[in-house]
Ligand binder design. Sequence first.
Ligand SMILES: [Zn+2]
Length: 169
Amino acid sequence: MARKINRIIVHTSASYNSRKGVLDPSASDIDAMHRARGWKSIGYHAVIRRGGQIEEGRDEDLVGAGVAWANVDTLHVCCTGHGDYEDFTPQQKESLCLQVYQWMKRFGMLSNFKKNPFRILGHDEINVLVAKGLYPERAKTSKSCPGRKVDMGEIRTMIYLYCKEKEGW
Ligand SMILES: [Zn+2]
């Protein structure tokens, strides 16, 4: 049986080099970085590259590692680059719509998302849920992930419109 997923959290890989600008690591690069931190494997369930390619991360049936204390009922998706320096590319946004739609369909989240688009959150928006008492204080993050250039309102609207078209809402 598929595990119960209540939300999908969007991340940036925060990959930036002062000489090269934003970087585009692959899922296997990120996997290596996360293993080096002592994690079992890549913490995200999918990685979306700057060109829009979707790469598989941790198995969707396994709990990921993206936000401490908020992983059990969550899927994590990471767009490469660095959201404090550059927005996600249009191709990444397009692929994000597709990936999130497919997950919501598979995990039976579509009707809940239709009622409450905040089933899709940027990593730092977890703080809003902490403030509402939905997650423990320790789930709070000081990171700006998915980044100051990324407008989660815009992303939620794009995903909503994508689902609306696919589902005929
Ligand atoms: Zn993050």
